[in-house]
Design a protein around this ligand. Structure first.
Ligand code: DX5
Ligand code: ZN
Length: 214
């Protein structure tokens, strides 16, 4: 599995040490959660922090924007070193335009769906996407419990991807540990985001490697 540890659960006072641990692990990407306090009821970190992270790792940055109208920030997200720009379906009025702008800026476009947003809404955009992120918790906070209904959505999304012949990856974010990670992997997921499971583990590096070997 592609594993993207979420920095939201890292120790911000010693972020460099946590990035160094990720660098030594089998994590493929680094997941950065940006929250604006409007789209979600929490505020996390923004571009200066992502830029600092980018300087400390060669692993691609998967930037998950939980903000209103993320299309306003395509060039800033690119300039702070993102490889993947992940925007919420619910936050974009002109999703197709935003996706084209992300690709034109040289990044990989991904669309995120909240737990209550159906997979079928992606049928006219799926072939333009490098990845779909299915939220398996309501966005805004780490450490929540995995919503079981996500399994059904993964299977539906896998079917849509197969039918259209697209190469879109399926990423799952929220409440992922080795137990829920195994469930979503067998349902058809490609990428696991994990915050608390990694950073609360006795050995975070081993936890990342366990998720990667699912
Ligand atoms: C939640 C964020 C997640 C969060 C996951 O809104 O998008 O990336 O860090 O945290 P865990 O893995 O603890 O559920
Ligand atoms: Zn996230």
């Amino acid at each position: 599995m592609i594993v993207a540890p979420s920095l939201l659960a890292a120790n911000f006072a010693k972020l460099g040490e946590d990035i160094d641990m990720i660098n030594r692990s089998n994590a493929a990407w680094v997941h950065c959660d940006v929250m604006d306090g409007v789209f979600v009821p929490n505020i996390s970190f923004g571009f200066p922090v992502i830029k600092a992270v980018s300087a400390l790792t060669d692993k691609p940055l998967d930037v998950h924007l939980m903000i209103v109208d993320p299309g306003r920030y395509v060039s800033q997200v690119r300039d702070c070193g993102a490889t993947i720009m992940n925007v919420h379906y619910e936050a974009c009025t002109h999703l197709h335009r935003t996706i084209q702008a992300i690709r034109a800026a040289g990044m990989k476009p991904a669309v995120t769906l909240n737990p209550a947003t159906p997979v079928t809404l992606l049928q006219d955009i799926i072939e333009d996407l490098d990845m779909v992120l299915l939220m398996s918790v309501n966005p805004g906070f780490g450490g929540q419990s995995f919503i079981e209904h996500t399994i059904k959505k993964i299977k539906e999304l896998r079917k849509l991807i197969t039918e259209t012949g697209s190469k879109t990856l399926i990423e799952i974010d929220g409440g992922i540990n080795t137990v829920t990670g195994a469930l979503v992997a067998s349902a058809g997921a490609d990428v696991l985001v994990a915050g608390n499971a990694v950073f609360s583990a006795a050995n975070p590096l081993e936890e990342i490697n366990s998720l990667a070997s699912l």
